[in-house]
Design a protein around this ligand. Sequence first.
Ligand SMILES: Cc1cn([C@H]2C[C@H](O)[C@@H](COP(=O)(O)OP(=O)(O)OP(=O)(O)O)O2)c(=O)[nH]c1=O
Length: 633
Amino acid sequence: MALKPVIGKLVSKRVVLASASPRRQEILANVGLRFEVVPSWFKETLEKSSFAVPYEYAIETAKQKALEVANRMHLKHLRTPDIVIGADTIVTVGKQILEKPVDKQDAYKMLSSLSGKEHSVFTGVAIVHCSSKDNRLETEVTDFYEETKVKFAELSEELLWEYIHSGEPMDKAGGYGIQALGGMLVEYVHGDFLNVVGFPLNHFCKKLAELYYPPLKHTIQHVKHDSIPSVETFENLSDGESDSSNPMQHKSANKLERNGVPLSGAIHTPVNSGSIQPVCTVAVENQSGVMEYPAKFPSKIVELMDGFRASKALFVASKLKVFDLLKDKCILKPVDVANKIEASVCGTERLLDACASLGLLEKTHQGYSNTDSANTYLVSDREYSLHGYIIHSNDRLWHLFTHLEVAVKEGTMQTHQAFGKETEDLFQDSSYHSVEAKQRFMTAMHSIAKLTARDVATAFDLSQFRSVCDLGGCTGVLAHELVQKNPNLNVTVFDLPDVIANVSCFQPSGQHITPVAFTAGDFFKDNLPEADLYILSLILHDLNDEKIHILLSKISAICKPGSALLLAEIVLDEEKTHPPRAVLQSLSMTEGKQRSGSEYKQLLEKYGFTNVQIKITGNVLDAILGFKKTSAH
Ligand SMILES: Cc1cn([C@H]2C[C@H](O)[C@@H](COP(=O)(O)OP(=O)(O)OP(=O)(O)O)O2)c(=O)[nH]c1=O
């Protein structure tokens, strides 16, 4: 029996639950869905009277919750999720819509209106598929609702108040929680119990099935536009090689059918970004004259198979500064680009076409120009340029990864094989490594820090701290971001002498820049500057247990009770398969490792940090904060 094929369709996607409701998180986590939680900031203030029926209000609120998160993640966090799920639960009795009570009196009013009566619980759900085109967010919304009828027993005043004083009603629609004490008030439930708790799981899975498994022709003909497909169980859905994972693709398939356009020979090109688009599903007629889809094209695998070509095209175009040449609406012909980058015309033209196919350049009859996202992230002198990290990927990581097979067999990092006698740490042997190599590394770290600093700096309220020391803080990007957000903070960056000697060219300029202090030293050997908040950003995942022990013992010893340690790392999910970026980074075989949330928590607790909080930021780095135990602990 395959219980999870539909949920499995979401495994490789960045799924975000736009809800602070612990019940929704639990329901979805319990079925093995992996997702990030980004609570929506959408205020539930839509005018109820403008909706003909109550469930339309719940659906619209759910949709707005999800769209707010999708937009925020796209704009603020520079990271577009694949799918955002929003939900809204309301209780209706007569014509009244009940949401969460604002206070105890309100809870009393709500619960009394439910006493002895049957009411409906509606949950509206929105599944928003997101994609980014030329830096613009594109969304496809699928929504639905579920209704469950609940009947309350007659509630005495005493019982009502006892229940209200339990505190349970306050964060729940209608002022009760059927899953806990509120269950005692209920005489019967007709419909999906989980729908009352906040998420109609069964209907959700059916919706996913509808989206991810294209119905065959005969099915489509009987499906009314808004009804649930006839998937009674999910056993018949296999999760093999097929790539029906692109919901847009199926939408267009459905549309073609519904519109009555003959399918024979119809080519459904999936709406997908990226270069590798050989995917087309051609419906063919079988012997009995029924239109069928042939075996599905393994687009995911083909994409992975060809991925190295795409990466290398990006690397080479960056290295040859193609995006610098084409910045700010500059349009050039291949021959002009070739002249400027001192390359062959035919080679340049192929590279430019490759970049255009990858969505990095725009090609018109006048020539080639940068797309918006190339202007923002690929031009080397732009504030959020990833150029430095791309060059690091090309010049260092690429070589390392060509030795992956040996690395896997031996379980060791292949720096020697890839780079000759170089030591593993660029900054360890200052006489050996070129200034250029160190600068390149610092530029790479600088560009990643630029992308992540804001989300790390604002992941937690740090206003209680006065002094911060960013250990291994490199060019000070996070330090500057912290001072900007918390002007009263004194921030020191502590890093190796070779790093500190080179930071000046990375400093922001302008009269409103609050200074950050830079101190040279080795955090393994030297005394650490005093601070009430220490930061380790992208440090621990590269260190072995012994080094971590030395460093965390040292920080723990210097921290006074109430001081804290903030880690910025990618937090893996508990199964350690997501996000792929962290998992793939592990293949570098550094002596360290990537950790899950519970592992970071355990690690901090081991060194005397308590009340550990983890914030999945939606950006490339997540944040983990732990407080040094007070003596009372
Ligand atoms: C009726 C009922 C509702 N509820 C909960 C489900 C929802 O969390 C809540 C209704 O409020 P919602 O506004 O739907 O959700 P929320 O505010 O908790 O979270 P978010 O807006 O971030 O998604 O009431 C129960 O837990 N048990 C119940 O029996």
